[in-house]
Design a protein around this ligand. Structure first.
Ligand code: TXA
Ligand code: MG
Length: 332
């Protein structure tokens, strides 16, 4: 059911859960300081209690009521908030343990989407909001995706158009001795290092030759970064070049091909594959990110047997965040 911004404020005030647009992906929001409301979020998403939520607020002053803002956090916040950056910082007592999964840190973000910001301002209270998808599935970037992902159990949804960024926020841990990116996103390591004036670590999340070990390691710093995540229902194969796809000789009649740019589509046509979905004209990572989840969710609805995704981007900058999501989605 689509609802207005004011309806959303009413639902949230009562402790109910609504899906809201953000500039990254749609979020499943509830009052962050209300334990029952937060419990409802975990239940609807079937999210493990060990995976903490991001708390959204509307100003740096309000964020200071929830966590300890150190000098680095102030710099990052002044540069990137409102925007697609979540900061992990030591939490204050007012934040319930259920939100942080018992951790003594909390992830905080000021979203940029005008609807989300307006709702936060009208409420005057922070909102916990994970991406509005059942646990481990693809995140929604359009209001209609909520219905496709949750069916009859869909929460009331505010339609704020297509998410501008299309990937979840960069999660930067500033609670330890070294700034560490726990989840890559649109705000890159280079941009963060430049803003903070010191080196920023990037938790290697998908490159280990021992995936099980890695999942174990990850359970401490960022419990949500499981090896399998962001997955469409349809099995997905990932290739980093057309040659790799061709050599695999693994294409079936009910399969679909997705490519990151038109150049690959043309080459595909040349080797006898006339149909595919293009994520961008020229390989621009911003466009690819914006279109990626919608393409996966929409192909899921078409009962495709398998998806073959050819992504030619390098593992750096914004493309790193895209590749991170694709590698996880392909592990399902
Ligand atoms: O763009 C986004 O961040 C969206 C929109 C709605 O804001 N939200 C989102 O939330 O992606 P979620 O719950 O799907 O992902 C939050 C990530 C998870 O990987 C979680 O483990 C991590 O942030 N996280 C949250 N609190 C944390 C904490 N205290 N320490 C370490 N990681 C944390
Ligand atoms: Mg999520």
């Amino acid at each position: 059911m689509l609802i207005t911004l004011d309806d959303a404020v009413t639902h949230l005030t009562k402790g109910d859960i609504v899906a809201l647009p953000s500039e990254t992906v749609y979020g499943l929001a509830g009052l962050a300081l209300n334990v029952e409301a937060v419990q409802k979020i975990f239940t609807i998403k079937e999210r493990p209690a060990t995976n903490p939520l991001i708390v959204h607020t509307s100003s740096l002053e309000k964020a200071e009521n929830l966590c300890e803002i150190n000098n680095l956090a102030k710099k990052a916040a002044e540069t990137f908030w409102p925007g697609p950056l979540s900061l992990v910082l030591p939490k204050k007592d007012v934040v319930p343990d259920i939100v942080t999964a018992g951790n003594n840190t909390v992830a905080i973000r000021i979203p940029k989407h005008p609807v989300f910001l307006e709702i936060l301002k009208k409420l005057g209270k922070p909102l916990a909001a994970p991406s509005a998808n059942p646990s481990n599935r693809t995140s929604p970037t359009k209001a209609k995706h909520i219905k496709e992902l949750f069916g009859k159990a869909s929460p009331p949804t505010v339609d704020g158009g297509q998410a501008e960024v299309g990937l979840e926020s960069t999660v930067l841990d500033l609670s330890g001795s070294k700034p560490t990116i726990l989840r890559p996103g649109m705000i890159t390591r280079a941009e963060l290092a430049n803003c903070l004036g010191i080196d920023v670590e990037l938790l290697s999340t998908t490159k280990s030759s021992k995936p099980c070990m890695q999942e174990k390691e990850l359970s401490a710093p960022s419990p949500g970064m499981h090896q399998v995540h962001y997955a469409p229902k349809t099995p997905m194969k990932l290739y980093n070049s057309l040659g790799e796809f061709r050599d695999a000789q693994n294409f079936g009649a009910g399969d679909a091909i997705i490519v990151s740019e038109e150049k690959i589509a043309l080459e595909l046509r040349g080797i006898g594959f006339p149909e595919c979905t293009c994520l961008s004209v020229d390989g621009c990572p911003y466009t690819i990110a914006q279109n990626l989840y919608a393409t996966l969710i929409e192909l899921d609805a078409h009962k495709t047997d398998r998806m073959h995704l050819i992504f030619s981007g390098e593992n750096k900058g914004v493309s790193r965040a895209i590749l991170d999501r694709l590698q996880r989605a392909a592990k399902a």
